[in-house]
Design a protein around this ligand. Structure first.
Ligand code: P6P
Length: 337
């Protein structure tokens, strides 16, 4: 079988966009380059002195691991060098970054990114990931990026995806014409097309949620979990509980095998934990393009949520369409507020 690299695929698909003159192509290619650099260091994290707290506390109030900082820097440098991106909103930075240099200011796109999601898993060698979304800027080309460029609803994404640094490293993304997955071949240092046209199974037998928070869950979630655990051969229940605690890893497994991931609101986290701009929205674009569903549990599509704050959180019910709809039925029946 002839191997198709990420760059060959991106260029081949560029013809999908008559208006695009290669800008998005270059942007996606630069993301791929940064991913390879971060992958190299994630894979040897145990060997070099980049494990452990960088001594900083990030905007989320979490200990910043050195690899967090390293990944954030690598993606920012690569995106700025693409000359297609005029600004970035990152989980690791309190405010958005508007590039100052003239070339970057002429970029037509902005990027929201979680440079290294699940970083608390770095020290124990559990899969972690990068999540990104690309929007067309609203502000005038040639000027600095403005906050409104980043406060667009997810439905305005022109591309989104993730890199999974796991047993093998993969890049999965969509530009609104389906979802394709690329596996890094270390022998040639290229992401190669390995999962063309990924489709989310309409149903599955996996549910992913941190059951340690059970007592804090809304009643509808508690009832849905009991539904998952009941025996019913016709609907292949009881389902299996699978939770890695790394969104990219949990999402990717459920995307391929079928399943639902839930991070609901709780009393202590009234909007859940996951971030709208650079976690929920990119994953929602991917899952919908694969035929799945992503909502806040109360019928609002994640992609329709109008952002109000850069690091705003949102409850996330995402995965196989039938499973998300079933969970929403329980939320509708048992959670009126
Ligand atoms: P909890 C990792 O810190 C993360 O942001 C996601 O990758 C993951 O899905 C979630 O938090 C896990 O959160 O509260 O279950 O540990």
């Amino acid at each position: 079988m002839v191997v198709k690299t990420l760059n060959e695929f991106i260029i081949e698909r560029q013809s999908d966009f008559p208006y695009a003159k290669g800008e998005l192509t270059r942007l996606l290619s630069h993301i791929g380059v940064a991913a390879k650099v971060v992958n190299r260091d994630v894979n040897k994290a145990g060997l070099v002195d980049i494990i452990g707290e960088a001594g900083n506390i990030n905007i989320q109030g979490e200990d910043q691991k050195k690899l967090d900082v390293f990944a954030d820097e690598k993606f920012i440098l690569s995106l700025q060098a693409s000359a297609e991106c005029c600004g970035i909103a990152s989980e690791e930075n309190e405010d958005f970054i508007a590039f100052e240099d003239e070339i970057a200011r002429n970029g037509k796109y902005v990027v929201t990114i979680d440079p290294l999601d699940g970083s608390s898993n770095i020290d124990v060698n559990v899969s972690i990931g990068t999540i990104f979304a690309i929007y067309r800027r609203l502000s005038e080309v040639g000027h600095k990026a403005e906050k409104r460029d980043f406060m667009q609803e997810g439905a305005k994404q022109v591309a989104a995806g993730y890199i999974l640094y796991g047993s093998s490293s993969m890049m999965v993304y969509t530009t609104g014409r389906g979802v394709n997955g690329f596996t890094l071949d270390p022998s040639i240092g290229e992401f190669c097309l390995s999962h063309p046209d990924i489709k989310s199974p309409a149903s599955g037998i996996i549910y992913s949620i941190n059951e340690g928070n059970y007592i804090k869950f809304p009643e509808g979630v508690k009832k849905y979990l009991k539904y998952c655990q009941e025996k019913d051969e016709q609907t292949n229940r009881p389902y299996s509980s699978r939770y890695i605690g790394s969104l990219v890893a949990d999402f990717h497994r459920n995307l391929l095998k079928g399943g639902i991931f839930i991070y609901p609101k709780t009393d202590s986290s009234p909007n859940g934990k996951l971030r709208l701009l650079y976690e929920a929205n990119p994953m929602a674009f991917v899952i919908e393009q694969a035929g799945g569903r992503a909502t806040d549990g109360k019928g609002t599509r994640i992609l329709d949520v109008i952002p109000e704050k850069l690091h705003q959180r949102v409850p996330l019910y995402i995965g196989s369409r039938n499973m998300v709809e079933k969970a929403e039925e329980f939320m509708e029946k048992f959670c009126k507020n």
